[in-house]
Design a binder for this molecule. Structure first.
Ligand SMILES: Cc1ncc(COP(=O)(O)O)c(C=O)c1O
Length: 406
């Protein structure tokens, strides 16, 4: 939702500057679009929302109300999913370092997506000590879909380690292998999804005598984004229906003849894909300087607020200004780091006191912000009628100081 200068000024007056704004109705609309687009082709599908991407509880609760699962990668995120009210059967527990939440999850009937053989050994030892109980696991498999790097996550599906791990689990009466999981980062193009689903189905064929409970493809779809951002990827940006077509087609070919109950649940784990476009960030210009012919605008925020994306790409922005025309201005933050640049080479009207709206800052932003130099600001939610509510209060100095000894 486009918010005009008048409304933004009112919001900053009420909640302070800078400010995160979560656009609830657009988030929900986009979430449902992804869900429906896959379900149209393969109905037995659900979303597991990637908590690490943005674990703001209000967002996690909306996902829960929409019937989505919680995808967690640490004990902290696991605790949060429980606090949100999730039962273990709707928590997808991933991650290379799971902490002791792993045992609680197993004991409550949850599935652990095993990342490595040491983790498997711990689960096997636990199962041996509790022979009267049955535990459920899946493997995160490390597959190559043409990405140009070697991922460190999961168990290598090429070579014998996965074969041995699967054989070991099959020989243990009280551990059930119920699914397979993968996630491949930095590989968002459609061809890589085609490969990932084909490889996952061939692994299912290899390791399962009957269809597993689930096949989890992780995430790594492009999100919806404005053209100015999209063109910086230098890549074709598919829409959800294109991803759904390649995934759904393969799944239906393989499992379409089975009843709904017998079919595996297809899961994807969107984070960036569903949240990045629905948080904007408003910040104010405090001063404009010219140093040795270079222009800088100092803002009341930092690159830590909007995440690493602003170092890789020029985010879509709107500058609300009636100031004088300026050329090639870098928007820089309040830290003492030279690389704290939030936007490069802005050309347009600009003056101290102006508001700048940064869009597409939903991923790895508020959850990634370090307590360096200053605490984080507030986040509000806005609905279609432009009603607002506070969903994260501004942090205080004491929030930062309280873990230290004085
Ligand atoms: C295991 C796992 N699942 C899901 C995601 C979220 O993927 P995306 O942000 O591309 O939607 C990530 C992100 O790194 C991940 O590591």
């Amino acid at each position: 939702m486009k918010l005009d200068q008048h409304i933004l000024t009112q919001l900053l007056n009420k909640y302070g500057s800078p400010l995160y704004i979560f656009h609830k109705s657009e988030f929900v609309k986009n979430y449902i679009e992804l869900l429906d687009s896959v379900r149209k082709i393969y109905p037995k599908y659900n979303i597991a929302y990637s908590y690490k991407t943005n674990y703001t509880p209000e967002i996690c609760k909306i996902v829960k109300d929409l019937g989505g699962f919680a995808e967690v990668v640490s004990e902290m995120e696991y605790e949060l999913a429980k606090k949100i009210g999730y039962m273990n059967d709707a928590i997808i527990y991933n991650g290379p370092v799971k902490g002791s939440g792993l045992f609680e999850h197993l004991e409550n009937g949850g599935v652990i997506n095993v990342d490595n053989t040491e983790e498997l050994a711990i689960i096997v030892a636990h199962a041996n000590e509790n022979k009267e109980k049955t535990y459920k696991i899946a493997f995160r498999v490390n597959i190559n879909v043409g990405q140009n790097y070697i991922s460190r996550f999961g168990i290598d599906a090429d070579g014998s380690v996965l074969d041995e791990a699967v054989s070991q689990v099959k020989s243990i009466n009280n551990i059930q292998l119920v699914g397979l999981h993968c996630h491949i980062g930095r590989s968002r193009e459609i061809q890589s999804w085609e490969k990932r689903v084909k490889i996952m189905l061939s692994l299912v064929e290899k390791y399962f005598d009957s269809p597993p409970e689930f096949i989890n493809l992780g995430s790594g779809m492009y999100s919806k984004m404005e053209p100015t951002l999209a063109e910086q990827f230098g890549d074709y940006i598919p829409d959800y229906s294109e991803y759904s077509n390649v995934i759904g087609k393969e799944m239906i070919e393989k499992f379409g003849h089975l009843s709904y109950e017998q079919q595996p649940l297809l899961i994807t784990e969107p984070g960036t894909t569903v949240v990045s476009s629905y948080i904007t960030f408003i910040s104010k210009v405090l001063s404009i300087k010219n140093i040795k012919n270079k222009n800088f605008a100092v803002l009341d925020s930092s690159y830590g607020n909007i995440g690493d994306i602003c170092r890789l790409k020029q985010l879509p922005i709107t500058v609300f200004s009636e100031g004088a025309y300026h050329k090639n201005v870098d928007f820089v933050g309040y830290t003492c780091l030279e690389h704290d640049v939030m936007y490069r080479d802005f050309c347009g009207k600009l003056a101290a006191g102006d508001m700048i709206e940064f869009r597409n800052v939903g991923s790895y932003s508020n959850v990634f912000k370090p307590p360096f130099i200053a605490p984080n600001c507030a986040m509000i939610e806005i609905d279609e009628q432009q009603n607002t509510k506070l969903i994260k209060r501004k942090e205080t100095f004491d929030d930062i100081f309280q873990t230290y000894q004085f």
